[in-house]
Design a protein around this ligand. Structure first.
Ligand SMILES: Cc1ncc(COP(=O)(O)O)c(C=O)c1O
Length: 400
């Protein structure tokens, strides 16, 4: 049989660890095991009925054809209004391109901006896909480490240490998957200065911006066109509105930056799904009410996890947002991959090992809080039974 020589490009990328773990869970369940599955970054809350109804209506009304490559104008207007309502940032519809999911928006931005050998600063632990999507166009991901003690965010000196003349871009996820860390407004001011000083493009992934706790709010930085430094914002409807299967996201920037992004969308996808765009308009109309729902549900779950973790002596990083918790499993094994495996096989709790998110995740696992509180409490008790009450776990769950 002839062997196919695949490109060096595709050889650089690997399948996401969270999907690999989810597949293992499926296999174990098929063998009759009962597993608490906390692997996947997908909300368990139902998609709100008004969104489903808008999608059905769009199909019945004939919205079944290609749309403008940028996305339909009413949706881009709704996104611009949301930017104004939440962030007091003024955008025009032409500053926005609607994409098939935020992931594709990030891929466009990286393909449009990076050449061979360019370096991209990525604070770690971080979402698995950034590294692979940076490798695709031949650029080099540069991990900027952080630690539990520093709130799982690097400080400015940490960032400065990794800049070279090849540094082209910084990827900032706020709040952060997998730790739930939130960048403070003050640090973001420092980052803005850093980007203008080093002429670094800022790519902000705001996919979890609505899921923040304790009354906090997070805002992206988008300098006026022609001032400051180039910045882009990516967001989407997957997480806040439980619309992962609709595949609908967007990318925004001022000053004509969308034209090169658009070229990629025109060749890769033509446009985002017409039906999903109609559904997203309905989502945007109920945004304020839905944000209140997700903030309450996921904050209650985080609080339940912290409470039980404290009881059983397991150290959990106090997430300021997202629906993830980063849990110290050093008492189960020094190797978090092994700890994750033991938790799966001996305790029936499926997680994603922290090192999948970069070396800074060593010693931790990520739990996705996509089950009801009693199930999450049970998962933490089982983690405690396997490796709780370790000396370094004293003070578990204390706010930082
Ligand atoms: C940090 C981060 N960015 C982007 C995405 C992609 O979201 P979408 O479903 O819109 O492609 C995810 C999904 O897990 C994510 O965790």
């Amino acid at each position: 049989m002839m062997t196919v020589q695949f490109s060096a490009r595709v050889g650089r990328i690997t399948p996401p660890a969270s999907l690999r773990m989810a597949e293992r869970v499926r296999q174990l369940v098929a063998q009759g095991r009962t597993i608490i599955d906390l692997t996947i970054g997908e909300p368990d809350l139902p998609t709100p009925p008004a969104i489903l109804e808008a999608a059905s209506r769009a199909m019945r009304d004939g919205a079944t054809r290609y749309t403008s490559s940028r996305g339909i104008v009413p949706l881009r207007e709704a996104i611009a209004q949301s930017f104004w309502r939440k962030h007091q940032i003024k955008l025009k519809p032409e500053d926005i391109v609607v994409t098939p999911g935020a992931k594709q928006a990030i891929a466009y931005a990286l393909l449009a901006l990076l050449d061979d050998g360019d370096e991209v600063l990525i604070p770690e632990p971080c979402w698995l896909s950034y590294r692979d999507l940076v490798l695709l166009p031949g650029a080099r991901p540069v991990a900027v480490p952080s630690a539990f003690e520093g709130g799982f965010l690097p400080d400015m000196a940490g960032l400065e240490a990794w800049v070279t003349e090849r540094t082209k871009l910084l990827i900032l996820n706020n709040p952060v998957n997998p730790t739930g860390a939130v960048w403070s407004d003050k640090t973001l001011e420092g980052i803005a200065e850093f980007c203008s000083k080093h002429n670094v493009v800022l790519l902000q992934d705001q996919i979890y911006e609505d899921i923040v706790f304790d009354g906090r709010a997070v805002h992206p930085i988008l300098p006026e066109a022609g001032s400051g430094f180039p910045a882009l914002v990516v967001n989407g409807f997957s997480k806040t509105f439980s619309m992962t299967g609709f595949r609908i996201g967007y990318i925004a920037a001022t000053g004509g930056m969308m034209e090169n992004i658009l070229k990629l969308q025109e060749q890769f996808a033509t446009c985002a799904s017409s039906v999903s765009q109609a559904a997203a308009i309905a989502a945007a109309q109920m945004e304020e009410e839905q944000i209140r729902v997700v903030q309450r549900v996921y904050q209650d779950r985080r609080d339940a996890v912290l409470r039980v973790a404290k009881e059983v002596g397991v150290r959990v990083f106090r997430a300021g947002g997202t629906f993830y918790n980063f849990v110290d499993v050093g008492a189960i094994s020094e190797d978090a991959w092994e700890a994750g495996e033991r938790l799966l096989m001996e305790s029936g709790v499926a997680s994603v090992p922290g090192p999948a998110y970069g070396q800074s995740g060593a010693g931790f696992i990520r739990l996705s809080l996509v089950q009801d509180i009693p199930v999450l409490e049970e998962a933490i008790r089982r983690i405690g039974a396997l490796g709780g009450n370790a000396p370094w776990n004293a003070g578990a769950g204390q706010p930082q």
